[in-house]
Design a protein around this ligand. Structure first.
Ligand code: BG6
Length: 475
């Protein structure tokens, strides 16, 4: 299938936070690579003009990655600005005029989902959508019902194949690497199942709070902010069966099967926490029950994964900023050496951020007379985060019309189905001290003596427990 590239890029919310932090840096990077030569039209209702938007672009780049003089000069030449209220039909007439001869624009809705209906209908009425594509940002709804309503709204104007739902985790090099590692190696699949794997843990820890986004966070909480999307996507890549090929449809078909096999969460599967001080944040209710931490146990009811718990832990104000997966293998069937136990069995460690690390935890004999071993990690890949930034990669794909790294309506809805029961009847929220690993009660979720994996220390008990030096956080 040939995919025609977009011939204009229109972004709504041009004066907003997302444009400032992510979109301008991605656009400059694409211009620098010679991959963006089309008109770039910012739309907002801020009372601005083009000059002000250019200044904002410069400021954004100065703070996020640096201004590249040559690329920036090109970018501001390509930049246009359309001022207007999203509810006013004349805004869309002006967008149509700014598009000139362009007939295949990519519209990026960096605006609250409550505005989607108004904007997509406005664009359609002004003749801006016939061969267009649209990019929408998470959150894709607040629950299953609202996700369906959102999809129905978008489908009134756009075919599913023209809708690109961004989950920036899917644009991360480390997440791509996970998929590659799983299906480019033949040694993995024979052991990647309930016969060999004891449990899987995914930790997404952040050592900072809500950073001025209190009002936003009140609407989401950790489950909606990072679990329903980023972390379930990571689990899908870890656990799905091999796709027939590397095309978007095959990938999505396998992911969908996996999401559908995830057992909807029950109250006993989840612990919610809130860091002390959250209620004093700007935009947060003094009686807020919103979680800034979750720990949960997920079951995947397939032949491959029956009985293997998938533990997920995510939160703000935790001891470190790191996202890491640990896949723990069962102990050898017979204890030939006394020291062997389920506690020091083999594992795979897949660190997704801040750096990319793929390693296999093994035991090797210590030199000497005794048959006593020590832990060793066989590192398959270890690199700092220097690749294409996720937004750059994803915008590039959307402009080319490649949907592989975007989520489809049925996958999004299947992921909501897993979370929905604990949104409707939320577990009570327990407090925790900033800098700790969440409420103490979370420890009880994990079966076995090892408990939760701590990404700041080595995987082995008794191994050097000094914090692993982390690459400097590059938020
Ligand atoms: C975003 C969440 O989607 O992902 C944030 O809204 C979170 O709360 C962020 O901090 C984490 O992404 P990254 O790429 O910075 O690890």
């Amino acid at each position: 299938m040939t995919m025609l590239g977009s011939d204009a890029f229109v972004f709504f919310g041009a004066t907003g936070d997302l444009a400032y932090k992510q979109i301008f840096p991605a656009l400059q990077a694409l211009v620098r690579r010679g991959e963006l030569t089309i008109p770039v039209i910012g739309v907002a209702r801020a009372g601005w003009d083009l000059e002000k938007l250019r200044e904002r672009a410069r400021d954004s780049l100065a703070k996020h990655g640096g201004v590249d003089a040559a690329a920036f000069a090109k970018l501001i030449e390509q930049l246009r600005y359309v001022e207007g209220d999203y509810a006013d039909p004349s805004t869309y007439t002006r967008i149509r005029a700014a598009l000139g001869g362009a007939s295949r624009p990519l519209h990026y809705l960096a605006i609250p989902p409550s505005m989607f209906a108004t904007v997509v209908h406005g664009l359609a009425s002004a003749g801006c959508t016939s061969a267009a594509r649209v990019v929408v940002e998470k959150p894709f709804g607040r629950d299953l019902a609202s996700a369906r309503a959102l999809d129905a709204t978008l489908h009134e104007v756009f075919a599913e194949s023209a809708i690109f739902r961004i989950d920036h985790y899917l644009g991360k090099e480390a997440v791509q690497n996970l998929l590659y590692f799983r299906f480019a190696n033949s040694f993995l699949d024979p052991i990647w199942n309930h016969q060999y794997i004891d449990n899987v843990q995914v930790t997404m820890a952040e050592n900072f709070g809500v950073e001025g986004r209190g009002a936003f966070y009140e609407e989401v909480g950790t489950l909606r902010d990072v679990v329903q999307n980023h972390l379930l996507q990571v689990i899908a890549l870890l656990a799905m069966d091999a796709p027939l090929s590397n095309d978007a449809d095959s990938m999505r078909a396998e992911k969908l099967r996996l999401f559908r096999a995830m057992r909807p969460l029950a109250p006993a599967d989840i612990v919610r926490g809130q860091f002390a001080g959250y209620r004093e944040e700007k935009g947060v209710s003094p009686t807020s029950e919103v979680e800034t931490f979750v720990a949960l146990k997920l079951h995947i009811d397939t032949w491959r994964w029956a009985g293997v718990p998938f533990y997920v832990r995510a939160g703000k104000c935790l001891p470190v900023t790191a996202t890491e997966v640990v896949v723990r293998l069962k102990a050898p069937p017979l204890r030939v050496f006394d020291e062997l136990s389920p506690e020091n069995s083999n594992y795979f460690r897949l660190r997704l951020s801040p750096e990319v690390l793929l390693s296999l935890g093994a035991r090797v004999k210590k030199s000497g007379e005794a048959m006593v071993g020590e832990p060793a990690e066989l590192i398959a890949r270890h690199s700092p985060r220097r690749d294409r930034a996720p937004y750059e990669r994803l915008l590039h794909d959307a402009l080319r019309g490649d949907p592989s790294l975007f989520t489809r309506d049925d996958c999004v809805e299947a992921a909501w189905r897993v979370i929905d029961p604990v949104l409707t009847a939320p577990a009570p929220v327990s407090g925790y001290a900033p800098g700790s690993w969440g409420p103490a009660v979370a420890a009880g979720l994990v079966a076995g003596p090892r408990g939760w994996h701590d990404p700041t220390v080595d995987c082995w008990p008794g191994a050097d427990a000094t914090p692993r030096p982390l690459a400097k956080e590059q938020k």
